[in-house]
Design a protein around this ligand. Structure first.
Ligand code: FAD
Length: 311
């Protein structure tokens, strides 16, 4: 490199090591419904820790095959009742008739829940093909239309920056996303990914297909590569080769793994911010400190007024 090129490269790297994104960035957090009292305590610890960061909303997942129907409802209803947070309930079409889904949706409306993350869901047996319930919805797009007929819910849907594994091709998956938005969804939340560029390419392709709704990147903080690889294989996300090397030798060092996970997720968020993203959805895995640390690295600080009443 010439001296001028070196000077140019150094100027590009100049600037503070910490960039505060809090001025215009927003976050949302995803939780899963707890299975035991111990997990319930962990979930509420996470909610109480993260609530003062004033998320735009928090959402609670729905287990495969509707297995968490009651637990998801109880968790979302409690968040709506006991915190000032905007709570969203995930809902899937798996093994449910339209009448059963209407019942679930009515119960959410009665509990004051106005936001649904509408999904097709996966079959209860891993690897088998999705077969719609004979009296149910055949796709997320049909579910969105059905929910909108029941009440004017705010509806979010799923998007896949690296293409859904069952899609014929990337263009048809984007057509499907458009169908879901045209049916009445207002935003898409993405599957996790580890390349900001993959997300930007997807966002560009969606825009070229006429999608102007917000596509919120879903960020998964990785602290266990083996587990993430299992998830990724099922949902069409790729794990970059450098990830194994990054976590090499950390199997017995959970604290070090968390530090690496927070650093990595914050770096991905920072790159996305540079590309214009202003809302980040974090898959928290119900862990308080990890999500909190990532948000802290992005400049978010707790607002005392938003503290959750002790649950
Ligand atoms: P759809 O949008 O219906 O798409 C499914 C597949 O069918 C895609 O490949 C699509 O391209 C194709 N397709 C649909 N309609 C057509 C058509 N007319 N022509 C051609 N192709 C078509 N799962 C859970 O069980 N519980 C959860 O709580 C949950 N939360 C999630 C949250 C997010 C943010 C994301 C990204 C995923 C979540 N999932 C959840 C996983 C999701 O259920 C699976 O990825 C599922 O396989 C697809 O659901 P979908 O809503 O994207 O389906």
């Amino acid at each position: 490199l010439s001296i001028e090129q070196l000077a140019e490269a150094r100027r590009a790297l100049d600037g503070p090591l910490f960039a505060d994104l809090s001025g215009d960035a927003q976050v949302s957090f995803e939780f899963f419904p707890p299975k035991s009292e111990k997990m319930e305590a962990q979930l509420w610890d996470a909610i109480e820790t993260l609530a003062p960061l004033e998320p735009r909303f928090v959402s609670v997942t729905y287990g495969a095959g509707g297995s968490t129907r009651e637990r998801t409802h109880a968790t979302v209803a409690r968040i709506a009742r006991e915190t000032g947070l905007s709570a969203a309930a995930h809902l899937t079409c798996v093994e449910a008739s339209k009448a059963e889904i209407a019942e679930v949706a009515e119960a959410y409306w009665a509990a004051g829940v106005r936001h649904i993350v509408a999904l097709r869901g996966d079959p209860p047996v891993m690897g088998s093909r999705f077969v719609p319930h004979p009296e149910g919805y055949e796709s997320a797009a049909a579910l969105v239309a059905g929910l909108r007929r029941i009440h004017p819910f705010e509806i979010s849907v799923a998007a896949y920056p690296e293409c859904h594994p069952e899609a014929v091709n990337a263009a048809s998956d984007i057509d499907n996303l458009k169908r879901k938005l045209d049916a009445g969804a207002v935003r898409a939340i993405s599957q996790f990914f580890f390349s900001a560029d993959a997300f930007f390419r997807f966002r560009d392709a969606a825009a070229a297909a006429g999608i102007d709704a917000e596509i919120v990147p879903g960020i998964l903080p990785v602290s266990n590569v083996a587990q993430t690889r299992k998830f990724a294989a099922m949902c069409g996300a790729s794990i970059p080769p450098w990830m194994d090397r990054l976590f090499e030798g950390l199997d017995d060092r959970p604290a070090a793994r968390q530090l690496v996970a927070a650093t990595l997720a914050a770096e991905l968020a920072r790159r996305l911010y540079a590309g214009g993203v202003r809302h980040f959805h974090f898959y928290t895995l119900n862990r308080a400190e990890l999500g909190y640390a990532i948000c802290h690295l992005l400049g978010l600080r707790p607002k005392p007024a938003a503290r959750v009443k002790a649950a």
